[in-house]
Design a binder for this molecule. Structure first.
Ligand SMILES: Cc1ncc(COP(=O)(O)O)c(C=O)c1O
Length: 387
């Protein structure tokens, strides 16, 4: 079956009411006809739901779809992208272990590694994900996994999934990809041998800025370990959020097509503009990793970055001049969003740390929405004109 058909037609079995759309199951627990059935379900001898902290029909439908769209065996869904990130680490690490990570990663993931993991004696080394030749230098005897984001948030750096997979196989470490920016519609890490592909479903998967959610996809064995960790710690997705995200997957393909075509158009219009130093978009021929982008992604995604001449001050002015675009922390919404990472999401990092993550002072990130492309471009152009 094709991607869109799978995203639309995979559905939990109908209830006796014969509904067309999936109902929502806001229940904490499930009942049994008798003690023997309850025992058998708890013993895994009979299929059945138990308790929504770890299993619920809506979560299950979302997970079945996500796994099949990622071309992976299994998925476990969580309350947010960050709980998916955390749950993709913790079952596989012990005190004294080491993580090799790309340096261009989402701010909270960065803080997890730098502020929290050291408390449990879990160390990390950041490497330039764009430069496979130096990855080996970051390895230690106790390295357990390689973690990366491609394209990265917000700098749109790409990492060669095929090379990363070969590297992880050669060194017998887990290979974890945050696939949030691409979504399974544009990029399938499993195709290149990733062990886990994780998501902030809050972004393009919801696509309308309504709910938080996360997903960890992988082999049955690895996902069972993630599920075991989450069953014990409880970062559960709510039935409503899972229902909404499963519904949202039905339109992921058509939405991503439009996000991508609008973003490409915006990039072309901004190229060479007198107020900016550079524009970055993975499917633009001037992106330094254009060949890699077109190899491992089917389209360039919904995010465009550019650098304003004039640093932080102009970045702030640019945001203030916008009339249509939203100033908000999210991305992957039907509404276009502008953000200035160095005065907001990444303000707590030092300038050096920001530069390491590919963020310069004048850099603006646009999450290109589904409005008409002319309206999006015109708002950005009028704001640039006023600088
Ligand atoms: C690449 C990436 N990973 C993870 C997250 C965390 O997701 P959430 O906000 O759903 O916890 C985000 C959020 O922006 C993200 O952009």
């Amino acid at each position: 079956m094709h991607f869109d058909t799978k995203a639309i037609r995979q559905q939990m079995s109908r209830t006796p009411f014969r509904e067309h759309a999936t109902p929502i199951f806001p229940t904490s627990s499930f009942v049994y006809d008798n003690a023997e059935q309850m025992r058998a379900v708890f013993a895994n001898e009979e299929q059945g739901y138990i308790y929504s902290r770890f299993v619920n029909p809506n979560a299950n439908e979302f997970e079945v779809k996500m796994a099949s769209l990622e071309d992976m065996d299994a998925c476990f869904s969580t309350a947010s992208g960050m709980s998916a990130v955390f749950a993709s680490f913790m079952p596989f690490l012990n005190a004294g272990d080491h993580i090799l990570s790309s340096r261009a990663i989402f701010g909270s993931t960065y803080r997890l590694m730098t502020n929290w993991f050291p408390r449990w004696n879990i160390e990390h080394t950041f490497v330039d994900g764009q430069n496979p030749e130096i990855w080996e230098r970051g390895l230690k005897k106790n390295t357990k996994l390689f973690y990366l984001e491609t394209p990265s948030n917000p700098g749109l750096e790409l990492i060669d999934l095929e090379k990363a997979s070969a590297f992880c196989r050669a060194h017998n470490i887990l290979f974890i990809v945050d696939n949030c920016f691409a979504t399974p519609y544009l990029q399938k890490p499993a195709q290149y041998g990733a062990d886990l592909s994780i998501h902030s479903a809050t972004k393009f998967i919801d696509g309308q800025g309504r709910v938080l959610g996360g997903a960890v996809c992988g082999s049955e064995d690895l996902v069972q370990q993630v599920k075991g960790f989450c069953r014990a710690t409880g970062p559960s997705i709510s039935p409503f959020n899972a229902w909404l995200l499963s519904k949202s997957l039905e339109t992921l393909g058509v939405r991503m097509d439009r996000h991508c075509s609008n973003a490409f158009e915006l990039c072309q219009i901004l190229k060479g503009h007198s107020k900016i130093n550079w524009v970055k978009y993975p499917f633009d021929t001037d992106h330094p990793q254009y060949d890699l982008a077109t190899k491992q992604m089917s389209q360039g995604g919904g995010i465009v970055c550019f650098e304003l001449k004039g640093g932080v001050e102009k970045g702030v002015d640019f945001l203030n001049n916008l009339k249509l675009l939203s100033l908000t922390a999210n991305l992957g919404d039907s509404r276009s969003i502008a953000s200035h990472p160095s005065s907001t999401t990444h303000a707590k990092l030092t300038e050096e740390q920001r530069l390491e993550a590919g963020i310069t002072n004048g850099m603006i990130r646009i999450s290109v929405g589904l409005e008409h492309k002319e309206d999006i471009c015109n708002d950005i152009l009028q704001s640039l004109d006023k600088l």
